[in-house]
Design a binder for this molecule. Structure first.
Ligand code: PLP
Length: 459
């Protein structure tokens, strides 16, 4: 008699256990989560294509020798502060404090560069800005009725993190020149009228990804007033803020924040290097705990982080810590040359576009673009659907890649718009890339019967 407890042997023909996609968390199969993968796959299939698709920093200056020097500098700096070698070793080699070992250094840089004056306890060092986003959302959103407002179009990392955490998102559409703070108030009221609670609004006030827009100072102040009157927190994401023309950047929302309405999210990915995966958040909102003590929100969020990544890698923090010491604790000063390079790339991209698509002949070619004042991105409007199929044609037949803007919208939008990221390219690649892009656009543009009507419109 065969025992019913006998386990059948696995053979090479045993079908694998299937997982039904409909029973997985919805974020796993959501198109938002796939957008970065789809862009990378296009790049992988067409490695010869010049790619305007990414927001990678310029890599010509990366140097292995820097890594060793930063590490040595970090150790020397701690020794100079009287920290015993045993503790320095632990900071680099061991599991470390969840909140981070370079909080004081980051607080010092924020004071110098941004006039953000906070206690280091209000700083949490994270595994890139992306983790800061995730941790902040987890700490703030408690019920399915808690809604995140976000400017749209926006960085996919915010909508993706909201998806992972089941947080409903209400878009606040950018206008032609960027966000209008009054629209945030309208969206907050709309959410309340639907019986839900608007908790926070995500914005990138400086050289936004993807639009390149920046919020003028008066609008920043208005946004802070809206946050107060609508009882909203602002999630200010600021990876690109230093990359404007010299002396032409605006104060961050956090620097203007008098009511602790702003949680500031930062990154060393673009100012230093993304391989370190070091970011941070500043959350100085006082939280009164059950035992009656008051602690900055960042310290409470550290508990969430401890269950996500335990702590940010000590080696990475040491490298960034050493770099900060080397810069005299000013990334603004240290990245001035890099900022000039990016502004130069932006200007060159704009010049090349104007050569191929003279603004005065807009009615003939149907192409126009916005003119950001810094950052990594600009938007290009084209007279056809700029979707993934078009991207494939562009990369395969014309050797140039870009990002479809529809990927960055909450809901519909951006179907005829391209995001051009010029940060990682050389000047030669930008010239050649825009020439190829112009060929692709011409090849994809349907014939325009009344081509000369309305000529003279500015881009
Ligand atoms: C607006 C924005 N926020 C956050 C990030 C993620 O930064 P990190 O690489 O530090 O996680 C990016 C990366 O491109 C970004 O564009």
């Amino acid at each position: 008699m065969t025992s019913s407890r006998t386990t059948p042997a696995l053979t090479p023909d045993t079908p694998p256990t299937g997982l039904d996609a409909s029973r997985l968390h919805p974020s796993v199969c959501d198109p938002v989560m796939d957008s970065m993968r789809l862009l990378s796959e296009t790049a992988f299939r067409h490695p010869e294509a010049i790619s305007f698709a990414s927001g990678r920093p310029y890599e010509e200056f990366f140097d292995f020798a820097d890594l060793h020097r930063y590490l040595d500098r970090f150790v020397a700096e701690l020794r100079a502060r009287g920290v015993p070698d045993q503790r320095i070793k632990r900071a680099v080699f061991q599991y470390g404090p969840t909140a981070g070992v370079i909080r004081d250094d980051v607080a010092r840089v924020l004071a110098t560069d941004e006039s953000i004056h906070v206690d280091p306890d209000a700083v949490l060092i994270t595994h890139g800005c992306q983790e800061a986003i995730l941790v902040a959302l987890r700490g703030l959103f408690t019920s399915p009725d808690d809604v995140l407002l976000t400017v749209s179009p926006c960085y996919v990392g915010i909508t993706g993190a909201a998806k992972v955490l089941d947080i409903p998102v209400e878009p606040v559409q950018e206008r032609e020149h960027g966000l209008d703070p009054d629209d945030v108030a309208v969206a907050a009221r709309r959410v309340r009228a639907a019986g839900k609670r608007p908790v926070a609004c995500y914005v990138t006030p400086d050289f936004a990804n993807p639009s390149g827009h920046s919020l003028p100072p008066a609008a920043r102040r208005r946004l802070l007033r809206v946050a107060e009157t609508e009882d909203l927190l602002i999630l200010e994401d600021n990876p690109y803020g230093l990359f404007g023309r010299e002396g032409a950047t605006f104060p961050t929302l956090k620097a203007l924040d008098r009511s602790r309405s702003v949680i500031h999210l930062g990154s060393f990915a673009k100012t230093a290097f993304p391989g370190a995966r070091v970011g941070y958040l500043v959350a100085d909102q006082p939280v009164v705990t059950a035992d009656g003590t008051t602690r900055p929100f960042a310290e409470e969020l550290a508990k969430v982080k401890s269950m996500v990544t335990v702590n940010t890698a000590g080696v990475s923090q040491a490298m960034i810590g050493g770099l900060l010491a080397e810069t005299g604790y000013s990334m603004r000063a240290a990245t001035r040359g890099l900022a000039d390079l990016y502004v130069g790339h932006l200007e060159l991209t704009l010049e090349c576009l104007a050569e191929h698509f003279p603004p005065a002949a807009h009615a003939d070619h149907g192409v126009r673009w916005n003119v950001p004042t810094g950052g990594f991105f600009l938007l290009l409007e084209v007279p056809f659907e700029a979707d993934l199929a078009a991207l494939e044609r562009s990369a395969r037949d014309h050797g140039v890649a870009w990002a479809p803007m529809s990927m960055f919208y909450v809901g519909d939008g951006g179907t005829r718009v391209i995001r051009l990221g010029y940060s990682s390219l050389t000047r030669e690649e930008i010239r050649e890339g825009i020439t190829r892009l112009a060929h692709f656009i011409r090849a994809s543009t349907p014939p325009r019967p009344s081509a000369s009507a309305g000529a003279g419109e500015a881009a």
